[in-house]
Design a binder for this molecule. Structure first.
Ligand code: PRP
Ligand code: URA
Length: 209
């Protein structure tokens, strides 16, 4: 079963409160999502493998460390996932960015794929699928299906807010995928919105209705 990590860092929790606030406008909402994505990227990279190298400092030759292991790719689920990419790239600037376009059919709540573009060396990368919201879990599950179909073997999922229903569905569908979240909320309402949540993440990020 994939592990679930909830990031309770005070800065993340503080910023998330203002992201949730309905009076937070588009500009500030976008900036806060970007900042939280950076803070979460710092947390998810905590266990990255390191290797030893020799470095000549101005004083001596020293044994120091650099990152080792697989290269990374960030996969935003369009559209709202885009709001988390730049924040992550601030810490992981060499990561490739793949894209997967999915929208939730408002009637059935089922995800519909309309775009996908991935790097060529898909088997050799650690993929971080990102989306602010994990509601029913349908979009995340479908995005990960799409990645696996193309040969990805190392996948993690990161979001700001998750409903318990979405976490359970994602764990069941993809038990090999760890889930990183800033907050696990109470439930979904009858329209598939997370309660208390933050509303429609895509609309709030891009100022649409
Ligand atoms: C939102 C959100 C997720 C999805 C979560 O996207 O950004 O992708 O819903 O819901 P689920 O877990 O029930 O699938 P939406 O479909 O509204 O598209 P958008 O990003 O283009 O606004
Ligand atoms: N998608 C959103 O943007 N918000 C929700 O609460 C659920 C799905």
């Amino acid at each position: 079963m994939g592990k679930v990590y909830v990031f309770d860092h005070p800065l993340i929790q503080h910023k998330l409160t203002f992201i949730r606030d309905k009076n937070t406008g588009t500009k500030e909402f976008r900036e806060l999502v970007d900042e939280v994505a950076t803070l979460m990227a710092f947390e998810i990279t905590r266990d990255m493998p390191l290797e030893e190298v020799e470095t000549e400092t101005p004083v001596v030759t020293a044994k120091t460390k650099v990152l080792a292991g697989k290269k990374m790719a960030i996969v935003p689920i369009l559209r709202a996932g885009l709001g988390m990419v730049d924040g992550m790239l601030k810490l992981i600037p060499a990561a490739k960015v793949a894209h997967i376009g999915l929208y939730r059919d408002p009637e059935t709540l089922q995800p519909v794929e309309y775009y996908a573009k991935f790097p060529a060396d898909i088997e050799e990368r650690d993929f971080y699928v990102v989306d602010p919201m994990l509601a029913t879990g349908g979009s995340a599950i479908e995005a990960i299906n799409s990645l696996k179909k193309r040969g990805a073997t190392s996948i993690k999922f990161m979001c700001l807010i998750a409903a318990p229903e979405g976490v359970e569905a994602l764990q069941k569908a993809h038990p090999d995928v760890d889930i990183y979240i800033a907050a696990k909320d109470e439930k979904l309402n009858d329209h598939g919105y997370i309660v208390p949540g933050l509303g429609d993440a895509g609309d709030r990020l891009f100022g649409t209705k």
